[in-house]
Design a protein around this ligand. Structure first.
Ligand code: SF4
Length: 248
């Protein structure tokens, strides 16, 4: 009797195991697998190749090099500028002229190395004579920045100057009233904080505005630390005033 019961239990277990392993049962028991994302670095390389071959607007005829953007695929911070200038057009890299040097110093002031962030522009090819980008050029080019943000999924996007700020926020408000105020912003890859600040080229022309830029940078530093918990390192404490020399 006992042996017969054992056999029944064994057979039942085997039948249940076979049933659970069937494709139909798996479809019911297991949640559907999330679609796999290709690695961000691969996607960014593909976008860069598309940008270099792009002929979607007339700027493809006057550019020397398209400037897709550069930086690591895994970064919490993306900087978005306006468009390549003469130096960037010559070298095919973003922010490499005097404004780029200042940008590198600004980042260093909050403990961020340029190589740690992704830097891109709204427009990937230089408008002749550095004129303002035309609305149709921005509209044609927008897909590339959106695709980059979708791949990067940054926590903070800092827009540098009027053109990228107005373009991403869809406003005509001036940069001087938009800067310094963080906003929750949705892009193709999710939600992040968009933080508008002044363009380094503007700071070179208006050194007095560097004080405002520094206030903005300190906010960006605090936002990043709040979002990541540990990066960038804490700002160095302001140096204490030297003590007066001893009397006598
Ligand atoms: S500016 Fe943008 S849309 Fe125009 S040709 Fe260059 S990559 Fe293409």
């Amino acid at each position: 009797m006992k042996e017969a019961l054992r056999r029944i239990v064994r057979d039942l277990r085997a039948a249940l195991a076979a049933e659970a392993a069937s494709p139909a049962a798996k479809a019911v028991l297991l949640p559907p697998a999330a679609p796999r994302r290709p690695p961000a670095a691969l996607v960014l390389d593909r976008i860069a190749a598309d940008v270099r071959a792009c002929v979607r607007c007339g700027l493809c005829r006057s550019r020397r090099h398209a400037v897709p953007g550069e930086g690591p695929a895994e970064t919490p911070l993306v900087l978005v500028g306006e468009a390549p200038g003469e130096d960037e057009d010559r070298l095919g890299r973003p922010f490499v002229g005097r404004a780029g040097e200042l940008l590198t110093k600004m980042l260093a002031a909050i403990g961020v190395a340029r190589e740690e962030v992704f830097i891109a522009n709204v427009l990937k090819c230089r408008p002749p004579g550095n004129r303002d980008p035309a609305p149709d050029e921005v509209a044609q080019c927008r897909r590339y920045l959106e695709a980059q943000l979708e791949a990067l999924r940054p926590l903070v996007v800092v827009t540098l100057g009027r053109v990228p700020t107005q373009s991403l926020l869809g406003t005509t408000q001036g940069i001087l009233s938009l800067r310094g105020v963080p906003r929750t912003w949705r892009h193709a890859g999710g939600t992040c904080v968009l933080f508008p600040t002044l363009h380094p080229a503007y700071l070179l022309r208006n050194p007095a505005a560097k004080r405002d830029a520094w206030e903005d940078l300190k906010q960006v530093h605090a936002l990043l630390r709040e979002k990541t918990g540990s990066w960038p390192p804490p700002l160095a404490a302001p140096r204490a005033a030297p003590s007066p020399p001893p009397r006598g």
